[in-house]
Each structure stands twice: as C-alpha cells, then as structure tokens.
Design a protein around this ligand. Structure first.
Ligand code: XMP
Length: 319
C-alpha cells in the first residue's frame, strides 16, 4: 500500500541496510528534494549524516539562516554552512555571459563542497536528492531543478576518481510523492511546496555581470513580491514567481527630486512541466501593490515591469 508512512518506513530500512555504520554526506540546497533527503536520512541514520550547505551569495533573502534554523537548530541535523559569497562573487566579477556564469557557479560549488567534505572523516557515501524525472532526463543541462552537485555527480556523470558510493532514496519517486513524504517527515508545508529555484540562483536573474549591490537589491525586491503573493493567496496558484534585475537605469520622481535608479521585472508563470509555460494573469491590484512597495521601499529601484512572455518562445528565466 502506497502511503507516505509506509514508504518512509521502507526507505529508512533500505538506507540503514545500505550504509551500515558508515558516514554519509549530503549537499543541502534548501530545495525540496535535498531537504526531504536530509529529513529522511536524519530519521534513518541520525548523526551518521552530515550536510554541507553552500551559501554562494546568490540565495534568496534569509535563505541560509532559514536552512540552518530548520535543519540544524530545530531538527538537530549536522549541517556545515560554508559562507562562500566572496569567493563566488570574486570569480564572477566581470563575467556577463550566462553560460559562463552558470559554469563558474557550478565549478565553484564543487570546489567549496569538496573542500568542506575533505575536512570530514570517514565519509563513504554521498546522498543525493535525485528523483525519478532526473533519472529519465539526466542528460538535460537545464532541467527544472538539477542543483549543481547533481549535474556533476549525477547518473552517468560520476567523476572517475570518486570514491563515494551513492545513496539516492528518492530515485523512484515523482515530485508529488516526494512532497507528501516531506510533509509526513514533518517539514513545513511552505517549504515542501516552495517554488523551484535554479541552482545558479540569483546569478541567472541578474542580467549580465553580477555585483553584490545588484544581488542585495534583487533579494529585497524578490522578497516583497513573494510576500505579497502569499498575502493575496496567489503564491500556490502560480508555478514559479520571482524578480529579475536589469542593469539599466531609468528616471523617476520622488518628492521634489529626480531619481535615476535601477529597473526590475516581475515574472510569474503557470506550468505543469516547466517545458511550456503561460505568464500568470495576476490581478492588477496585486501588481500595483508589489510595484508600489518595491519602488517606495527600495530607494535604488525606480521602475517595475511585468513580464508577459510565454514559453516558448521565451524561457522562464531571463538568462
Ligand atoms: P527555463 O528558463 O529554461 O527554466 O524556461 C525552466 C525551469 O528550469 C529552471 N532553471 C534552472 N535550474 N539550473 C537549475 O537548476 C539552471 O541553470 C536553470 N535554468 C533554469 C527554471 O528556474 C525553471 O524552473
């Protein structure tokens, strides 16, 4: 009988058999799949699990703190947080080509992840949040979720010298099943049903060269958009929503003065499979509220636009 409780029972059993007394390493991104794996492995093998969470400086507002408070503080999972913002932003300085940005972010992730895991003793297994659709389309470079460790260490892509054996408890599950298991394991609804977030994070939502200043502004604007979507009960009606930073300045008026500041675009889409998508028909009142808040609360943003492009021919992300 397929119930989340049965599946969890079964999976914890299997994991225990597979790893025995060995230690397991997991790259925790804060996304649904790796979070569910963390919760599951914690239940199955407790302190034999160590997670590494890499803060690349391109995460959403408070994301790193939230991951730490949920897993480390609340659940007692061993999580090592690597604060690598300066390293990532340093390597990204001067780079504006989207594919090159992705590559740098991916490689730097591996570098930091390896560095952190090399400090640990006696790790024999690497756990991953691979789910069934990843197994099928493991070749896709731009899938809906592949965080970097996946595309690097993933099915068929294992580096030759990798000594770690894989633990992939979600390999046979679809996304909706993973979510149900997450809830059953006690993860909060808003975590389990969070919109997908690309591996390169805000790095592909800052057009062109990435700067710390831009990431800071984008984080604030994105936070406002998401907060208002929740307030208006629209968050769970759209498949993905976010703000895009445009390194373009536009004029506005504030009080008696002229303001020459940055432009951002709101993006919200409805989709089943992320291969095609329709821009979400958000209520004008909601767009108005978001736009007012962003322009009033963030001094360095003077204009907000709404992206009405569908996929295809546009993509969901702007880069
Ligand atoms: P596009 O922009 O291709 O996005 O229409 C489809 C879905 O994929 C996500 N996306 C990525 N995810 N690494 C990821 O892990 C990436 O480089 C990447 N690019 C796009 C995007 O957020 C959407 O859900």
């Amino acid at each position: 009988l397929w119930t989340p409780a049965n599946i969890i029972e079964d999976m914890t059993q299997k994991v225990r058999e597979q790893v025995g007394n060995a230690n397991v390493l997991l790259g925790l991104s804060g996304g649904v799949d790796s979070s569910v794996v963390a919760a599951l492995l914690h239940k199955a093998i407790g302190s034999q699990l160590t997670c590494v969470f890499v803060d690349n400086g391109l995460l959403r507002l408070h994301e790193g703190d939230q991951v730490m408070s949920m897993f480390a503080e609340n659940m007692g999972v061993k999580v090592i947080r690597a604060n690598a913002e300066d390293l990532f932003l340093g390597k990204l300085a001067g780079i504006s080509d989207p594919e090159q940005k992705r590559k740098i972010i991916g490689n730097t992730f591996i570098e930091v992840f390896d560095q952190e895991s090399n400090k640990l003793d006696n790790i024999q297994f690497l756990a991953q949040g691979t789910i069934y659709p990843d197994v099928i389309e493991s070749a896709g470079a731009k899938t809906g979720k592949a965080h970097v460790i996946k595309s690097h260490h993933n099915v068929g892509g294992l580096p030759e010298d990798m000594k770690l054996k894989l633990v992939e408890p979600l390999r046979e599950l679809f996304k909706d099943e993973v979510r149900k298991i997450g809830l059953e394991l006690g993860l909060p609804y808003n975590m389990v049903y969070r919109h997908p977030f690309p591996g390169p994070g805000l790095g592909v939502r800052i057009l062109g060269e990435i700067k710390k200043e831009y990431a800071g502004l984008l984080r604030q604007a994105d936070h406002i958009f998401i907060e208002e979507l929740h307030n208006a009960d629209w968050y769970h009606k759209v498949s993905q929503a976010f703000v895009v930073f445009q390194p373009v300045k536009s004029v506005g008026v504030v009080g008696d003065g002229r303001r020459y500041a940055w432009v951002v675009a709101l993006r919200a889409v409805e989709t089943i499979d992320f291969m095609t998508a329709r821009w979400a028909h958000l209520p004008y009142e909601l767009l108005e509220k978001v736009s007012n808040r962003i322009i009033n609360e963030i001094e360095d943003i003077s204009r907000v636009t709404y992206d009405v492009s569908s996929k295809p021919p546009a993509t969901i992300e702007w880069e």
